[in-house]
Design a protein around this ligand. Structure first.
Ligand SMILES: Cc1cc2nc3c(=O)[nH]c(=O)nc-3n(C[C@H](O)[C@H](O)[C@H](O)COP(=O)(O)OP(=O)(O)OC[C@H]3O[C@@H](n4cnc5c(N)ncnc54)[C@H](O)[C@@H]3O)c2cc1C
Length: 455
């Protein structure tokens, strides 16, 4: 068992997104690990073009129905408001959370519950002041469509029926944030960065004996940390634990005048359908859906069984333009983005999208991350399960991961989140995870089926 007093002599982190990079930083900065050889492996030259952590923007908010994440955000926010957020890497534009339901009937219950709990949490845990922004308020309840219109009116359409705006939330330039942290890690001179793809892990009865690269080279390490995001189910059997789900994203060019008109809006997210529009920058507007997503089922050799056994499993894995140049966003996803634009920004309704893409979440049943040792292989640690909300924790998640690595005893660590992140006692009955976390869109969509439809 590793502790800070008995650290491993070598650690291999696989994956250089938010989870892997932040872990590398926390390990590199820990003086008790000064003799530990640490390697960070990434299949692409940094940054990975299809990694979930690389994009124009990510929402940075403490607005969580689960108060533990709201509290963790207090610490993360200090970094975003400090050096990490400088040079446009973080913009505190506010976040307007709305529902499109007129009344809180049963079908709107989920949306109301998330929004109301989030509001309660930011009030109680962050102590934000309520009232209009012009009067110094940080949180404004929006009781009716006119209130929503007062905040989002420059879009010109129907942005929602009720909700609230948190002026202390914002958004990050996702790629710039990750690049900055990478530079910080490089400066420590403690991490050996390598570009290489892991093909398979070599499993012994109770530990990872080796890490096989696509080149055929075998690496060994005392501790292997898998921070491979939505690709993790390829390397370890995560059926009933976590799954890759593809999310719809679209970008649209706007004119300088439109940038001026829309550029000081808060980010808008609609809890009724999961659609959101992040404050535009540099004449580019992004519209996307926080949804149940698409499953992309692939059948491949069981990652934990010898190849000679011939045993296969089926799991959802990412499909991106890096492995399929012809890949398009299904018509269903394009329609959802198009309709949301038409409803909220009628003047942009007909404008062609500059680009569309599918970005991959690693979903868990509850939406909690998976930060724990593998129950069977004692030197294998998983740092994944971002469930569509990991980016904003870039500055703090690594230190939490390192805490868990070196303190196996769940109770000794304390904290509200530790229990939420553990490997589940039971796998879900269904192999594929359609999360119970709050989402928009339809549950159960399969990528190939949706691609075959023209609508
Ligand atoms: C469309 C979309 C919108 C989102 N919006 C938000 C938001 O507004 N706010 C927020 O906080 N979060 C948001 N998220 C979630 C957030 O982006 C993710 O939780 C986070 O980026 C996940 O980081 P990761 O390190 O787990 O995965 P990744 O960033 O995907 O990193 C995994 C890395 O592992 C590498 N890898 C995989 N397999 C191998 C292998 N075999 N060998 C070597 N390397 C390998 C990959 O190349 C990749 O770079 C969003 C996600 C998406 C997709």
């Amino acid at each position: 068992m590793f502790t800070f007093n008995h650290p491993p002599s070598s650690i291999l982190i696989v994956g250089s997104g938010v989870f892997g990079l932040s872990t590398a930083k926390a390990l590199a900065e820990n003086p008790t690990l000064h003799k530990t050889q640490i390697t960070l492996l990434e299949r692409f030259d940094f940054p990975a073009p299809d990694g979930s952590s690389i994009d124009s923007s990510r929402i940075v908010r403490p607005d969580y129905a689960d108060g533990a994440y709201a509290s963790l955000m207090i610490e993360a926010h200090r970094h975003w408001r400090g050096d990490l957020g400088k040079q446009g890497r973080y913009t505190e534009s506010g976040l307007c959370i709305v529902t499109s339901e007129e009344s809180f009937d049963d079908s709107a219950q989920g949306a109301r519950t998330y929004m109301e709990k989030a509001l309660e949490n930011v009030k109680a845990r962050l102590g934000l002041s309520c009232g209009r922004r012009e009067d110094g308020g940080q949180l404004e309840s929006l009781h009716d469509p006119d209130d929503v219109q007062r905040i989002m009116g420059s879009m010109g359409g129907d942005c929602g029926k009720r909700g609230y705006v948190n002026w202390t939330s914002g958004w990050a330039d996702a790629e710039a944030g990750v690049r900055y942290v990478r530079e910080q890690v490089e400066k420590t001179n403690r991490i050996n960065f390598r570009t290489a793809e892991v093909k398979r892990l070599q499993f012994g009865p109770d530990r990872v004996e080796g890490v096989e690269l696509s080149s055929g080279e075998i690496l060994t390490a005392d501790l292997v940390v898998l921070a491979t995001g939505a690709w993790t189910p390829r390397l370890v059997d995560l059926r009933g634990v976590a799954s890759a789900t593809g999310q719809a994203v679209a970008y649209i060019d706007i004119t300088p005048d439109e940038q001026l008109r829309l550029g000081s809006n808060p980010t808008l997210i609609c809890e009724s359908n999961g659609m959101f529009i992040i404050q535009p920058r540099n004449n580019l507007l992004k519209v996307a859906r926080h949804g149940y997503g698409y499953a992309n089922f692939v059948t491949f050799p069981h990652p934990e069984k010898p190849l000679e056994s011939g045993e296969q499993i089926t799991a959802s894995l990412p499909r991106t333009k890096c492995n399929d140049e012809t890949l398009q966003l299904p018509a269903e996803g394009i329609k959802a983005c198009r309709e949301y634009l038409a409803t909220t920004n009628p003047s942009l309704a007909q404008r062609p999208f500059k680009e569309t893409k599918i970005c991959w979440y690693t979903d868990t049943p509850s939406g909690n991350w998976l930060i724990d040792y593998h129950p069977k292989y004692k030197n294998l640690f998983l740092a994944t399960g971002g469930s569509g909300h990991g980016y904003k924790f870039l500055p703090v998640i690594g230190s939490r991961i390192v805490d868990v690595i070196f303190a196996h005893d769940r109770d000794a660590l304390g904290g509200e989140l530790r229990h939420k992140w553990q490997w589940p006692e039971m796998r879900s009955k269904e192999d594929h995870i359609w999360t119970d976390d709050w989402r928009g869109g339809r549950k159960g969509m399969v990528l190939d089926e949706e691609l075959a439809k023209t609508l």
